[in-house]
Each structure stands twice: as structure tokens, then as C-alpha cells.
Design a protein around this ligand. Structure first.
Ligand code: ADP
Ligand code: MG
Length: 393
């Protein structure tokens, strides 16, 4: 059993909270604060109970060394606005600046450590190297709280190793995520429809193998569709194509039951992102055009499948929704989910951001997960290192 923060006396204790604050930043400001808001319940509860709170998180992929472009400063600023008082960001992650800031923390106080990934050891594959960094993190605190659900599928120092070194608990967000996602791993109400899209194709492609065994239908959109279309012998012009996945896509199509994998039958193409969108059949994408959204016929088919579903999992936008001409597929699919009666879980940083950007309320969905890769791995029944570490006493 994973303990929650309610089971610990935290007053006056130094509590290291691993949060997932990996949000989009544009022009030095947080563009979507969904993940920051999701971390508030745990932080405010710990504050109210007089803990000395040390928040740690990562932002982007700075490559293991300090890089001002990936500073958590905009995130600390936004968290400060949401909490109603400024949040101090330490100049280093576990160095003298961090140690001094932690030593000065009053009960109920909060500091944020600079980007965990400014340190190569955080994501290292070498247990000893990671362990040494985890030792430094652990030395800052008396209790470790895991609340960064979006990172629990990573065997990283701040997610896994530090939990082995300190008394540990799950924060409210991790708890809520596990509760909601567990409904997609056992006693699933059918039909169970999975919608996959987005651009991180290689990262997510492995999921098809186990989802074919679990889902009644898998609707594929976004750049995820292109390896399948190519695997069927089509050409996809200048579309964002993960060519390394074409063979796997062909294999999944062979393995799937008839109709189990549904691909776009039409697509919106343009000569470049921002260009005028035209609808073409999915097997007739012009050589000098790229697919940027699913077409209206596909959208209709997907909406029908969603209306019949009783359980839905959605990861990955159907198109480049950030640009208005290619947002319709994502919007319509999202709307079909909110109109249906299924229990609907949405996962993925950009997918959650899409819902909010398109003006849909999160409450219209059964659950909006803050995790992309993590939720996808969870519903496949995989062991997530960050959760496994919490199980250990
Ligand atoms: P998530 O964060 O929800 O897991 P991803 O990171 O995999 O999703 O993908 C999100 C991105 O995918 C969005 O920025 C969107 O613009 C992009 N995208 C979706 N469809 C396409 C497409 N056809 N071509 C290029 N980019 C796409
Ligand atoms: Mg993403």
C-alpha cells in the first residue's frame, strides 16, 4: 500500500515534494498552467500543516547542464501567483544555494529547487551516479512526497532513488491519478475505445501492442497515423513521419482484429504549417503537402465510435491544434467525448492543454491526467518505477 501525506506528522518537517511542473513556456511566461494547478492541493495542505516545503521539478530537456532557457523561474513566478505569495527559486538544485535556502525555511515556508535536469545524474542510466544525486536531494529533507505523476514512469533520481532513501508518501495528485487510471486496468466497461494521436510517435508506439489486447477499438489521428498509412502502402508527402515505426505499424495492422484499428480516411493538408488547409483522401496526400489534421469524414467516424463507447482513453491531439485551421479534428473528438456517457480519461501534456485551449472544461471529462507517457504506461499495466518505489517501506 502506498501511504499518503495524511499518514505523516509533517509540522516543522522538511518535506521534499517531487512535482511535475513541466509546462509549456513562451516568451518567459507559462503558457498553460494546468500542471502547476494540479500540484496545488498537496502543496497547500502541507503548508497549512506547517511543513517546510522543498519543491523539485524538471522543465524540458536541458541535457544535464544549467541552461537559462530551461530555468524554472517562470514556473516559480506562476506558482507564486497561484499561492498568493512569491516563491523563491534556488540558484542551484542541491548545491550551497539550495542548502542555504532550505536551512532558512520557516514552518509553512516553501522554496523551489532549480531544474533537476541541470544535473546529468538525474536521468542517468547508471545506478551509482543517480544514487549519489539522490543522496544530495535526500540530505535536504526528512520526508519525500511523490506528486509528479507525469514523471513516475521514469527511473530518475528524484522520482525513484530518493524514495528509497527517505520515508515517503504519495501526494494527492499521484493518489487521484492512480485511482482514476485504475478504472482502465480492471473491470473495464465496454466498448473500450482508445484514441491516440500527437507527435511523440516513437515514445508511444510501443503501447499499441498491449492496447490491442485491451481495447475494442483504437482510433488513430495526429502524426501517429502516418506510419500506419505508409505501412498500408500510401504516401504521406511532407507529413511528420516517424519512418522507423512503419514496420511496427504494418505488424500491428496485421495483428489487429478487423476494424479494431481505425485510421484517418481523409486528412487536412497544407504546403506548410500555417498554409491554407485542404481536405484530401488519406491515400492521396500530395507529395509537396503535409497532413495537419484529420478530415471531416474521419472526425464523424471517430465521433460515432466515441458515442457508443462506455470507457475512453485519449492521448495525443488529432492535429496541429495550436493553429486554428487544424484544430477542428481535436475539438470535435473532444466534444464527442464530453457528449457521450463513457468514463473518459484524457492523458498527455499537450492533450490536456488542447482541451483548455479549445475552451472545453476539464470537468466535462471523467478525469484529465497530468501524465502523458506515465498514464499510457499505467493503463498498459506496466510497473512504473516511481510508484514501485513508493510501495516499498
Ligand atoms: P501529448 O503531450 O498530449 O502526449 P504529443 O506531445 O505526442 O502529445 O503531441 C502533441 C503535438 O502533436 C502537438 O503540439 C500537435 O501540434 C502535434 N501534432 C498533432 N498532429 C500533428 C500532425 N499531423 N503533424 C504535426 N504535428 C502534429
Ligand atoms: Mg507533448
Amino acid at each position: 500500500m502506498i501511504k499518503t501525506i495524511d499518514e505523516f506528522a509533517v509540522e516543522g518537517q522538511r518535506v521534499l515534494v517531487r512535482a511535475d511542473l513541466n509546462v509549456p513556456v513562451a516568451g518567459g511566461r507559462v503558457a498553460d498552467d494546468g500542471r502547476i494547478r494540479a500540484s496545488l492541493p498537496t502543496l497547500t495542505a502541507l503548508k497549512a500543516r506547517g511543513a517546510r516545503i522543498i519543491v523539485c521539478a524538471h522543465l524540458g530537456r536541458p541535457g544535464g547542464k544549467p541552461d537559462p532557457r530551461y530555468s524554472l523561474a517562470p514556473v516559480a513566478a506562476r506558482l507564486g501567483e497561484l499561492l498568493g505569495h512569491p516563491v523563491e527559486l534556488t540558484a542551484d538544485t542541491t548545491g550551497p544555494a539550495a542548502r542555504a535556502a532550505v536551512a532558512a525555511l520557516p514552518p509553512g515556508g516553501l522554496v523551489m529547487l532549480e531544474n533537476l535536469r541541470f544535473n546529468t545524474a538525474e536521468t542517468s542510466k547508471d545506478d551509482e551516479q543517480r544514487g549519489a544525486f539522490a543522496d544530495q536531494l535526500a540530505a535536504l529533507a526528512d520526508l519525500y512526497v511523490s506528486d509528479g505523476f507525469g514523471a513516475v514512469h521514469r527511473k530518475h533520481a528524484s522520482v525513484y532513488d530518493v524514495a528509497l532513501r527517505l520515508p515517503h508518501a504519495a501526494g494527492y495528485l499521484v493518489h487521484a491519478e492512480v485511482d482514476a487510471l485504475s478504472r482502465l486496468t480492471a473491470d473495464i466497461k465496454r466498448p473500450y475505445v482508445v484514441v491516440l494521436g500527437g507527435a511523440k510517435v516513437a515514445d508511444k508506439f510501443g503501447a499499441f501492442g498491449s492496447l490491442l489486447g485491451a481495447a475494442d477499438r483504437i482510433l488513430v489521428g495526429g502524426a501517429m497515423a502516418f506510419p500506419f498509412l505508409v505501412g498500408q502502402g500510401n504516401e504521406v508527402g511532407t507529413s511528420l513521419l516517424e519512418a522507423s515505426q512503419v514496420d511496427a505499424a504494418a505488424e500491428y495492422l496485421k495483428r489487429a482484429a478487423p476494424g479494431q484499428i481505425e485510421l484517418p480516411s481523409d486528412v487536412i493538408v497544407a504546403d506548410e504549417p500555417g498554409g491554407l488547409g485542404t481536405v484530401v483522401p488519406a491515400d492521396a496526400i500530395p507529395a509537396d503537402h503535409m497532413g495537419l489534421d484529420i478530415g471531416p469524414q474521419t472526425t464523424k467516424r471517430f465521433a460515432t465510435a466515441l458515442a457508443e463507447a462506455r470507457t475512453v482513453f485519449w492521448n495525443g491531439p488529432m492535429g496541429m491544434f495550436e493553429l486554428a485551421p487544424y484544430a477542428e479534428g481535436t475539438r470535435a473528438v473532444a466534444q464527442a467525448m464530453t457528449e457521450g456517457t463513457a468514463f473518459t480519461v484524457v492523458g498527455g501534456g499537450d492533450t490536456g492543454a488542447a482541451i483548455r485551449a479549445l475552451g472545453l472544461t476539464e470537468e466535462a471529462f471523467g478525469y484529465v491526467s497530468t501524465g502523458g507517457g506515465a498514464s499510457l504506461e499505467f493503463i498498459q499495466g506496466k510497473t512504473l518505477p516511481g510508484l514501485a518505489a513508493l510501495e516499498r517501506s
